[in-house]
Design a protein around this ligand. Structure first.
Ligand SMILES: [Zn+2]
Ligand SMILES: [Zn+2]
Length: 351
């Protein structure tokens, strides 16, 4: 009989019509094996819950049906290597993290520096489990000065890191971050370490505003009780923010992001929005008069190695709200849906 392992799976299907989300559960499944020559078998140490995971349970990807594996953010140890997994010099026992996305590296998009649009984009998640098998091209060694727990944040950290890259944020400018979830909080740390002169967070939950300040935010606005536009003008001497990151996925926040943008501001919409949501934009004001640039973002490719380099210099322990054993996966997902926490994480295996 095959070796078995524990894994978090979607165990029931969602019902979009009735608004019933899918349920998760801990199940026993066969331990994955190396199939491709360049595969790496990883014993998972920590695996975090992504802000997008509850969207999957609510049916944002109609094809994602039970018993779908969950989780794509992790750190772990190399347990076995395929015969051709030799490019990165990995050894058994090495501490690694990775990117669940696997582009083909051969199609027109891949060859044009846009692997996120790869016509054969494979996603190998399943990281909320004792073991995962990923291709060597998806795997990155964890630097000695980065803890296993914090290394599990690499994939979402890379999203925050890449958002600052695509924003072309200049040092010495005022930056706003809408939404202080896991990615928003990490974005604050990245923007500060890349030279933002000030970072303002817009976040309705008080505990998250406090966390944002711990991560380096200079100002916090409660978009529910405060006049967002006038507070932003006050903070930026009437100019508005040169860079605005919309990391909440909330419609009202998506509108606020434009209201607080400076002339020629770069506004990055980087969250996963409801698929039917549309935002009316006054073109005369924002584009003709203010020359605003809007930037979308889908995944973050090509920046993992640099993101790990910066991550290893930052202390992001405040981002991790709670750590659960895999056995508490139902509770962990309930807590994630509550919106009261930044990043929730499973400790899957100890060293
Ligand atoms: Zn994620
Ligand atoms: Zn491709």
């Amino acid at each position: 009989m095959a070796d078995m392992m524990r894994a978090v799976r979607m165990v029931t299907d969602f019902d979009i019509e009735k608004g019933i989300p899918a349920q998760v559960g801990l199940v026993t499944v066969p331990k994955p094996e190396i199939v491709q020559d360049d595969d790496v078998l990883i014993r998972v140490a920590y695996s975090s819950i992504c802000g997008s995971d509850p969207h999957i349970l609510r049916g944002i990807f109609p094809d994602a049906r039970a018993p779908r594996p969950m989780g794509h953010e992790m750190s772990g140890w190399v347990e076995a290597l395929g015969s051709k997994a030799t490019e990165k010099g990995l050894k058994i026992g090495d501490r690694v993290t990775g990117d669940f996305v696997m582009p083909c590296h051969a199609c027109d998009y891949c060859q044009s520096g846009m692997p996120q649009f790869c016509v054969d984009l494979k996603k190998r998640g399943s990281a909320q489990a004792d073991y995962v098998v990923w291709s060597e091209s998806q795997v990155y060694r964890i630097p000695d000065n980065l803890s296993m727990q914090q290394a599990a944040l690499t994939e979402p950290f890379n999203i925050a890191f890449h958002a600052v890259e695509v924003s072309e944020m200049r040092p010495g400018t005022d930056v706003a971050v809408c939404g202080a979830g896991g990615i928003g909080l990490m974005l604050i740390a990245v923007a500060k370490s890349c030279g933002a002169s000030s970072v303002t967070v817009l976040e309705p939950v008080e505990a998250k505003r406090e966390l944002a300040k711990k991560m380096g935010a200079d100002f916090a606005i409660d978009p529910i009780t405060e006049d967002v536009s006038s507070r932003a003008r006050e903070i930026t001497n009437g100019l508005g923010y040169a860079c605005v990151f919309e990391a909440s996925g909330n419609g009202a926040s998506a509108a606020n992001a434009l209201k607080i943008a400076a002339k020629q501001a770069h506004v990055v919409y980087m969250a996963m929005y409801q698929s039917k949501f549309e935002l009316p934009v006054n073109l005369f004001h924002y584009f003709y008069q203010n020359e605003i640039r809007l930037q979308g973002m889908f995944l973050a490719q090509g920046s993992m190695k640099r993101a790990i380099g910066l991550l290893s210099r930052l202390d992001l322990s405040a981002v991790i709200s709670k750590v659960y054993p895999l056995e508490d996966c139902v509770q962990a997902y309930q807590d994630q849906v509550s919106g009261n926490y930044a990043k929730l994480m499973f400790e899957v295996n100890k060293a």
